[in-house]
Design a protein around this ligand. Structure first.
Ligand SMILES: C[S@@+](CC[C@H](N)C(=O)[O-])C[C@H]1O[C@@H](n2cnc3c(N)ncnc32)[C@H](O)[C@@H]1O
Length: 395
């Protein structure tokens, strides 16, 4: 085992390599954030974590500690551009005897540094501005901000008590003393308001009303939006009084959904073979998993989820279910395409096909052609400009 000073020297070298790589990829653009990446010790925030293992079939994660993989490999992994999972299903890990984990949902992590840094660059933040972070997680991104802006300027909210406690300890050990709060970030943190910037490192289904009230006019809200089928990507909103508006980014980064907004456990009732009305489908289920059409599907059916399974030993059908309303669409292959059977108050496949057709009419644009406007009364995603085609976000 290398001595403490040995670890620190090796870690400093790895941080420089990480910074070089992030700069080369265009993620790290300013000397101030580069300095933060070079100084903040990620290994203090992710001393133990889980990584996905390569096996086929069910997703499995295996523990990584100095003892399990050796010190050199542990440190190399810590400073690689990867997301490391630190909690599953909202339960703390028993690190006295860590085991591989499967059939679980990650609920806390240290996000890959390239995404953290890219969002910090996008935040347009500089000394003198005050930031509210939602999703403290391990505290790594919080520490980068403390380094750049000073602890006094940083407030961070974490919903999970155990996660928040560990982040607080790691931050204090690294000399960072931001304002930390345990709670649901959807309520913001009124005591520290108004903020100049708000950055969320978990995904939300829509923009919480409190954020509009707590970020000053001219301030920025940077968050990912997501639904139960997929992420919609990253939006940067400029606050103007009691509304906010802005564009999605070109790529579609994804964060774990805010804990309080996770999909209901039950997918809903599976329709019987004679339920609903049938028609020929224009698009097949592939639209749900391809980039642009999938984004449109998520906008058009914000409460839906889907899965595929064989029906009566026959071909595989895709079931799109909207649990809150009991609406459904079942897509089944025919000799020359697809047929869809729909029922319930929302014609899910009609809505999805209409949204995909609109997207095609507009030249199949990337997410950068879409924006979001949020006010007290309504939240919509629009295409092209705020008066273009619109889809409401769930309230
Ligand atoms: C991807 S992790 C955060 C990564 C973190 N910024 C880092 O650099 O390590 C997302 C975190 O958001 C937290 N979270 C989920 N829902 C939340 C909510 N409603 N309010 C505050 N935190 C929330 C999760 O518990 C989790 O720790």
């Amino acid at each position: 085992m290398t001595s403490e000073p040995g670890i620190e020297t090796a870690a400093a070298g790895l941080r420089q390599q990480l910074a070089d790589r992030l700069e080369k990829d265009g993620r790290l653009r300013s000397p101030e954030w580069r300095e933060a990446v070079e100084i903040v010790p990620r290994h203090a925030f992710v001393p133990r974590f889980y990584r996905e293992s390569d096996g086929l079939g069910v997703t499995t994660w295996e523990p990584v500690t100095q003892e399990i993989v050796g010190q050199e490999e542990w440190l190399r992994l810590v400073y690689s551009d990867e997301t490391w999972i630190t909690q599953f299903d909202g339960r703390d890990i028993d690190w006295s005897d860590p085991k591989p984990i499967s059939n679980a949902a990650p609920t806390s992590s240290s996000t890959l540094p390239s995404l953290v840094v890219r969002m910090l660059e996008d935040l347009d933040v500089h000394e003198g501005l005050r930031v509210l972070e939602i999703g403290t997680g391990t505290g790594y991104s919080t520490a980068l901000m403390c380094h750049r802006l000073g602890s006094e300027a940083v407030t961070s909210i974490e919903t999970d008590e155990g996660v928040a406690r560990r982040a607080r300890q790691a931050l204090a050990r690294s000399g960072c003393l931001p304002h930390l709060s345990v709670g649901d970030g959807r309520a913001g943190h009124l005591r520290g308001a108004p903020y100049d910037r708000l950055i969320a490192t978990c995904g939300f289904r829509s923009i919480p009303a409190a954020w509009l009230e707590q970020v000053r006019p001219g301030g920025v809200i940077l968050t990912t939006l997501r639904g139960w089928m997929r992420s919609l990507g990253l939006v940067k909103l400029i606050v103007t009084g009691d509304s906010a508006s802005g564009w999605f980014s070109e790529d579609e980064p994804s964060f774990m959904i805010a804990r309080q907004q996770d999909a209901p456990e039950s997918l809903g009732t599976i329709p019987g073979p004679d339920d609903g009305t049938q028609r020929r489908a224009t698009y097949g289920p592939e639209v749900l998993i391809s980039a642009g059409p999938g984004f449109m599907g998520q906008l058009a059916a914000p409460d839906a989820r889907f899965f595929a399974m064989p029906v009566d030993g026959g071909p595989v059908s895709t079931f799109v279910l909207d649990n809150p309303t009991g609406s459904f669409a079942v897509l089944s292959p025919t000799d020359n395409g697809w047929q869809v059977r729909q029922g319930g108050p929302r014609r899910l496949w009609d809505a999805i096909e209409s949204a995909v057709a609109t997207w095609e009419e507009y030249g199949s644009p990337s997410t950068a052609a879409f924006g979001v406007t949020v006010s007290r009364d309504a939240q919509v995603v629009w295409l092209g400009n705020p008066d273009g085609p619109q889809w409401p976000l769930p309230r």
